[in-house]
Design a protein around this ligand. Sequence first.
Ligand code: 6R9
Length: 651
Amino acid sequence: MTHPHPTDHIDAMLHETRVIHPSEAFQASAKVSRAEYERLYRQSLDEPDQFWADVANELHWFRPWDQVLDWQEPHAQWFVGGQTNIAYNCLDRNVERGYGDKQAIIWEGEDGEVKTYTYAELLKEVCQAANALLELGVQQGDRVTLYMPLIPEAAISMLACARIGAAHSVVFGGFSVSALAERINNAKSKLLITADAGFRRGKPVSLKVNADEAAKLALGLEKILVVKRAGTPVEWWTEGRDVWWHDMVDKQSDQHEAVPLDSEHPLFLLYTSGSTGTPKGVQHTTGGYMVGTYLTTKTVFDLQDNDIYWCTADIGWVTGHSYSVYGPLLNAATVVMYEGAPNQPDWGRFWDIIQKHRVTILYTAPTAIRAFMQHGDEIPGRYDLSSLRLLGSVGEPINPEAWMWYYRVIGGERCPIVDTWWQTETGAIMLTTLPGAFPSKPGSAGLPMFGVEPGLMTHEGEELGPDDGGLLVIKRPWPSMLRTVYGDDERYRKSYWGEIKGVYFAGDGARRDQDGYYTIVGRVDDVLNVSGHRLGTMEIESALVGHSSVSEAAVVGRPDPVKGEAVVAFILIQDGHTADPSELRRHVTREIGALARPDAIYIADALPKTRSGKIMRRFLRQIAAGNEITGDTSTLEDPAVLEKLASTPAV
Ligand code: 6R9
């Protein structure tokens, strides 16, 4: 007789078994059926040149490419010799195709102001902005830094840069002075585009003041172009350096010929934190990024002509780049943009926007979903959400609890959910379930997108089979992949193609089930090894937030002389509940098994998060281990959270 191995129990508990199928109606009108996915996916791997050429040919090229892919590991060039312009493809091409009068952007300010732009209007605005950039001395090949609220001028600025062949580097408006200055300096930008202030939680948040401070540290900066958004007093105005958008842009001609750019011409830099060192300037180029975001937006969001599409991401993150601006505009979609906080004036704001603008597709992050969930079903219940037909999730693993809430309360059990795994570096969605083709499994991202060949490996490059947890890798180049780390190609080689020989190392751990679905366990530095057993912090967190008293949880490992690592949990208690640590330990034991039971629980008021909402576990690990807090805290939304936590006793 064999005694069941302790991991059997855990593995069984770790498996979420629900499978949610799209409705017959959704399947019937979906852009891609299961059979089509299977045929096209096969083709994308067997005849990649043909597959990608067919997709690229749906877009406009000034000059056709000579070669689809030139791969000199780790450097890829896509559509080599081809010339195109992504802004032309987003705007001119759509106007020419008869979408001139279609709404391109429906923007809502936090203060309730609404502005809309048709494709023809947006084209004119972008032409004016492009002419303004030229007058300000920006040249093809330059970098321009954007530090802006989520206002239409942010998208217009990105497109204007793309139109003239200058790379934009968007720095999230919530970043600090030093973070901004560091990014301006690293990119060697001569122009910064900003605004007087943006609205956040009912108050104007000044950007120009930070821009002025950053300019003192970024001596290469020559001009600052300022949008008047909030009408707040601008304290300093440096004549000769500072220029109002309305003075400079409004007077320009609304005609501008988009510049034909080499397919590999840099499109943008986007700084993202690595596990060590300073933020990396992830560099994307024109043709491949365009083709990748075009195809994924069209298929993953099943875009139909009458959709009203809302991705809630800020333009400061890659999701805002690929799925608020480029991907949807390439597809002539109507894009909703919202400037402010989800709880302004109250937690009903998102649902109000959906009701008002008849949003059909909503793409948001698990952290937001959990925050809404915490405030109950009653708030969304007050709104008419019947326009919704598809939901998306991005940014972190979504725990099945939050998935089901999203599905039930927001989607009315009618809307498929696409859980999309990708990264700043991948440029476009890599893993998901196409909504009309495959059922979803709550918590599992799903299957590879076209041309994506994922795998699970050990650090040594040994391939792992189904149901083994391993490192998620991508085994061949794809069009929208990053090309380098700006100014540090060695770091690019080492971080992405040097960790495991011959493959792209994503930095995430994952499992794959018998149906080929990938479940992301979390960053590999978030995988715990407790008594020789692999446990994802995410699963323990998911179990904890599955308890009615817990609204948020972050789990890290603490070195343990016996078990290797011990589980430490940081939790936030749901309004109106009290903390009961022994009950929570029992709950985790029930949900996963005794191995996952937290050794220490910290009851926190807030967790250390980046401004994009990612929990910085590296600091939690230091607190859990009783170590001093070291490392760069500049990307934290509120560094004071750390001190508070460090003085909180564990229970
Ligand atoms: C798009 C974006 C990338 C990291 C990635 C992974 C996590 C993103 C996810 C997900 C599980 C998903 N991540 N999407 N984990 N399921 N659907 O978020 O880019 O900010 O660069 O973050 O986010 O850990 O490695 P980025």
